[in-house]
Ligand binder design. Structure first.
Ligand code: MN
Length: 202
């Protein structure tokens, strides 16, 4: 099988109380595992099998719903686990901090913009911080398992930070209080990893 469910670099309970262990376990071992299996099934015996996930998503036939949903799900969750850490929180530094200040004026303004994008994404989806080719950053949101790598999605650049706002990401602990979950997410963002992704993508 070309794609494998990535293991987490921390335990399911490591992000508590911000994200509870049960949610993490179901989210990773059931949801992400499902996207991974379904992606592998969808690309089996097709030319996509030899491509990276980035190549698959950026060259995607958007009518191919199986690859769109499961390829997006595979990629989005892989990024999501990576940019969280039990030692997360705080604020970014270095080149990323500068890019955020250039775009939003301050970290607080960025946080407000990102949180609003996440809170107002109707139904299931993701909010993103992306880096563009010129090194600038921007915030946007996409529905379902779409992401900014897909063409003409109304969201441009390479995602370096993403929050899953599907109910499965927060409902057990936060029920309908999505803004509380978004606020808690900021306590576990691993800004050093996001900065690495920024430097790689810029
Ligand atoms: Mn999810």
């Amino acid at each position: 099988m070309p794609f494998e469910l990535p293991s987490l670099s921390y335990a399911y309970d490591a992000l508590e109380p911000n994200i509870d262990a049960r949610t993490m376990e179901i989210h990773h071992s059931k949801h992400h595992n499902g996207y991974t299996t379904n992606l592998n099934n969808a690309i089996a015996d097709t030319p996509l099998i030899n491509k990276s996930i980035e190549e698959i998503l950026s060259g995607l036939d958007m009518e191919n719903k199986a690859v769109r949903n499961n390829g997006g799900g595979f990629y989005n969750h892989r990024l999501f686990w990576k940019i969280m850490s039990p030692n997360g929180g705080g604020i970014p530094s270095g080149a990323l901090a500068e890019a955020i200040d250039n775009k939003f004026g301050s970290f607080e303004e960025f946080k407000t913009t990102f949180s609003k994008a996440a809170a107002t994404q109707f139904g299931s989806g993701w909010a993103w911080l992306c880096v563009k080719k010129d090194g600038s950053v921007d915030v946007c949101a996409t529905a379902n398992q779409d992401n900014p790598l897909m063409q003409d999605i109304g969201c441009e650049g390479v995602p370096i930070l993403g929050i899953d706002v599907w109910e499965h990401a927060y409902y057990l602990n936060y029920q309908n209080k999505r803004p509380d979950y978004i606020n808690a997410f900021f306590n576990v963002i691993d800004w050093s990893t996001v900065n690495e992704l920024y430097l790689k993508g810029a």
